[in-house]
Design a protein around this ligand. Structure first.
Ligand code: FES
Length: 107
């Protein structure tokens, strides 16, 4: 759906914090993973396993907007993420479902 203002109304604003530096990314598309958003915006998110959910080097701490990310996957649970308290997520596994998100890159 389009509001008629030549914009993507479903776009989110993602804030990524790495080594104390904050990057504000506007216009991130729904269903993009945090790793894809980072790579598209020159934020260095480690991904030793190539985004296959097998290494945890893409782990993020979610400061705000956990409800705007997809549910914790089986792969994330296998790697120690807690679906009842999704404070930590794998950037390569969780997708933006809409709305704003603020995360800190752990590595
Ligand atoms: S890149 Fe390895 S778990 Fe995400």
């Amino acid at each position: 759906m389009n509001c008629g203002n030549n914009c993507d109304c479903s776009a989110s604003t993602i804030t990524m914090i790495k080594d104390g530096n904050e990057t504000l990314i506007k216009g991130s598309k729904k269903d993009a993973t945090l790793l894809e958003v980072a790579q598209d915006n020159n934020v260095q998110m480690d991904n030793a396993c190539g985004g296959n959910g097998a290494c945890t080097t893409c782990m993020v701490k979610v400061h705000k907007g956990a409800e705007n990310l997809s549910e914790v996957t089986d792969r994330e649970e296998m790697m120690g993420m807690n679906s009842d308290n999704p404070e930590y997520r794998l950037g390569c596994q969780c997708k933006i479902t809409g709305g704003d998100v603020n995360v800190e890159l752990m590595y």
